[in-house]
Structure formats: C-alpha cells, structure tokens
Design a protein around this ligand. Structure first.
Ligand SMILES: NC(=O)c1ccc[n+]([C@@H]2O[C@H](COP(=O)([O-])OP(=O)(O)OC[C@H]3O[C@@H](n4cnc5c(N)ncnc54)[C@H](OP(=O)(O)O)[C@@H]3O)[C@@H](O)[C@H]2O)c1
Length: 374
C-alpha cells in the first residue's frame, strides 16, 4: 500500500462489537487510516472515551452532551460528510438503511456490516452499486465470497455459505422451548452483539446473509445454499462453471474482514489474523443444514423469495421478536412464531420504493408488539 495513502473513516455504531473492532484495526494502521467520524447510540461513556482517543472531526449519538455533538442530523449527515472517504456501517437494524443509501449515492465507499440494510432494500442497493456506489461487505461470509471472486470474470455456478449452527446446534427443536437469553447468547465461535448472536441461534442470520449474497453478487436464489460448519474456519465457498471451487479460510475474528474492506484492494501485514498452521487444523466438518430445526431460517428465505416489502416486514418483526426474547417477554420458539404471524398478515406488491420499505418495516414492528400483546 502506498505510504502516502490515508483513508478517512467514519464509523456508524463505533460503540458496538463491530465498531470497537474497527477501531482496533485503525489503531494497528495509523499510517493508513484516520478516524474523522464516530457515531454511537446509548453508550455515551464509551463514545466520549473514543472521542478522547481519536479526536474525530464529526461525532453523533442520541445521548451525547451538546458540547461534544457537532452533527445534528445524525447518521446520514455523517455518512455524506465531504471529509469522509469510507463509511463503516455497523449499527443495528433499520438505522443502517438511510446512511448506507445516502453514502452510496454520493459515490463514497461503504464498508457494510449491517446486513439488514441489504435485506430490506436489496434491489435498491443493487441499483446504487450498478450506478457506481462502492459497497464492500464486512460480514465474514459475504467478505469470503467477495475475496474468492477477486480476479474472476466468469459467472459463478454456486455459492455455499457456512454456518456454525449457533448456540443450540446440538439440540432438537423440542429441547428449545425453555432456553434462556443467556444460553442463546453463548455463541460457540464468535463474540458479537446480542441481536446477531440470537439471530445466529435461530439461523435467521444465515437467511439474512443468503439474501445479502444474492443482492451483492447477483446470484439466483437456487444457486445459493448454506451448510453447517461447526469450526467456523471456512467462511464460504464459490463454485465456478468449470467445476473448480474456491474457499476462504481464517480463524473466526471479525477484524480480518474489517481490515480487508478498509484496506481493499491491498492486503497488508501486521493485523490481527492468527497465522494458520494448516497441518494442525485437524478435521473440518460440513453437514447439510436441516431447515426443519430452524423455522426462522425457513421464514427468512420464504420472505426473500416473495420479494417486494416482505423482507422489510421480516426485519421489523425479527427485530421486535428478538428484543422481546432478550427482555424475557417471550420464549425462544416464539421468535419464529411471531415473525411468521406478521408475515402472514403482510401483503406486498412487486415494485417497492424506499418509502414503502420504511413504512412496512415500521408497521411490522408495531404489529409484532400488538400480536405479542406487549
Ligand atoms: N458483531 C459481529 O461480529 C457482526 C458480524 C457480522 C455482521 N454484523 C452486523 O453488524 C451490525 C452491528 O452488529 P454488532 O454486533 O456490532 O451490534 P452491537 O454490538 O449491538 O452494536 C450496535 C451499534 O449500533 C448502535 N445502535 C443501536 N441502536 C441504534 C439506533 N437506533 N440508531 C443508531 N445506532 C444504533 C449501538 O450504539 P450503543 O451501543 O451506543 O447503544 C452500537 O454502536 C448488525 O447489523 C450485525 O448483524 C455483526
């Protein structure tokens, strides 16, 4: 990487799991990355500490004191600020959509962790990418596909994403009724925020990633699948028409895909990736994903194939269902039931505008609360 190349980075969601790991990457490469924007939400104490360390030009959060907050209109304004080259979008849920689109429309590079933006508005985001917006995936499985596609110009014949199987991989569905949020949050291989960890236990997260892969890489639904891979070392496979299959491997650590997206197109040494001694890896296992064990995964893919505003309804309903489960208000198995009930009530046309997507997402949140009686 050229020594004089400095990328100016804004991090939306800097107080979260991906946001904090992005700052680890920035700390490792001060000669290539500088922080110009930091945005959090409720954790003002951590945000103020980050501001003290990185001294960014622009800052925003719901709870920041007035003297330290200097962008009033929030995430979208930060994402489009003229001093920002790369916007890392790592906020939960709906909040990721408008800043992602705003940055893409201005031709900025978006390093996207928040897959919900693509799940809700995949076709709109795809159009922005085709019109010149640059979106680099930060999620490890889509990042693996992106890495495998480098230097390839022919169409792929199939994508296979791996899934650890989450906290309850070795239990049957009827053993899950009384599992607690603490048990669901004990992910076997990844350290992540609460929402995505529960989505990993229900495998809704894998449905979201398949939807993300479909829109980012333009591959039909029938050519994308997921398999269970308990070790989380192979992150995805890409199969080409000549029968050749490429895979990307790394120990589970989000800082590697974050670093790849921030440094792209360069690979750079000195990051966090633990060196892989292939001879010590032992056996890597892959199993078919039994979707009868994962009703959220089935609902997610069903909504994706229906298209229109169904994925927005899916995201809204899942957001609320997971929130209610984490708050001890509904059971683990009620997550998929609630999502299903919202989707059954929803009706969508084929063409959707951004306004439709936002309004359906909000409707699904309200309806999920009503159906849960909370
Ligand atoms: N963690 C991972 O390893 C991982 C991997 C792949 C993809 N992702 C995706 O990356 C995104 C973030 O995940 P995470 O695990 O980092 O989540 P997290 O730890 O819960 O962090 C979420 C971040 O978003 C902020 N936030 C919450 N609600 C917000 C709102 N309404 N408006 C604006 N900001 C808000 C939070 O601020 P406060 O903390 O200040 O409240 C925090 O900075 C998710 O979409 C997830 O699916 C995560």
């Amino acid at each position: 990487m050229a020594d004089d190349l400095m990328k100016r980075v804004a991090i939306l969601g800097s107080t979260g799991s991906v946001g904090r790991q992005t700052l680890d990457v920035v700390r490792s490469f001060p000669e290539h990355l500088s922080v110009v924007g930091l945005a959090g939400w409720s954790n003002s104490e951590l945000l103020e500490a980050q501001i003290g360390e990185f001294n960014p030009k622009i800052t925003w959060s719901r709870g920041l004191s007035e003297e330290t907050q200097n962008v009033s209109d929030g995430l979208e304004e930060m994402a489009t600020h003229p001093d920002v080259d790369v916007v890392v979008v790592a906020t939960t849920g709906f909040s990721s959509l408008s800043p992602t689109l705003a940055a893409l429309r201005l031709g900025k590079t978006v390093a996207l962790a928040s897959k919900e933006a693509v799940v809700m508005a995949g076709s709109i985001i795809q159009r922005e990418i085709q019109s010149g917006g640059k979106l680099f995936p930060v999620d490890s499985e889509p990042s693996a596909i992106w890495q495998c596609l480098q230097g390839e110009s022919s169409e792929v014949s199939g994508l296979t994403l791996t899934a650890s199987g989450g906290a309850f991989r070795d239990r049957s569905l009827d053993q899950l009724d009384d599992v607690t949020p603490e048990e669901a949050l004990a992910h076997p291989t990844w350290q992540m925020g609460a929402k995505i960890t529960v989505d990993s236990a229900t495998l809704m997260n894998k449905a979201f990633e398949i939807i993300e892969a479909r829109w980012l890489f333009g591959v039909d639904w029938d050519r994308i699948q997921a398999v269970i891979h308990p070790q989380s070392i192979v992150h995805s496979f890409v199969e080409f028409h000549d029968g050749s299959v490429k895979a990307q491997l790394a120990f589970p650590d989000m800082r590697l895909p974050i670093q790849y997206a921030l440094m792209y197109p360069e690979r750079i040494s000195g990051g966090f990736a633990e060196r892989m001694e292939i001879e010590k890896l032992g056996s890597l296992e892959f199993y078919p994903l039994d979707d009868t064990k994962y009703p959220c995964y089935r609902e997610g893919l069903k909504a994706a194939r229906l298209g229109g505003t169904y994925p927005a309804a899916l995201c809204g309903a899942d957001d609320v269902a997971v929130e209610l489960f984490l708050g001890g208000k509904i059971s683990f198995l009620a997550i998929s039931e609630l999502v299903k009930r919202v989707l059954v009530e929803h009706k969508s046309g084929d063409e959707t505008s951004l306004e439709d997507i936002v309004s359906v997402g909000n409707w699904a949140r309200i309806r999920a609360h009503e159906l849960a009686g909370i």
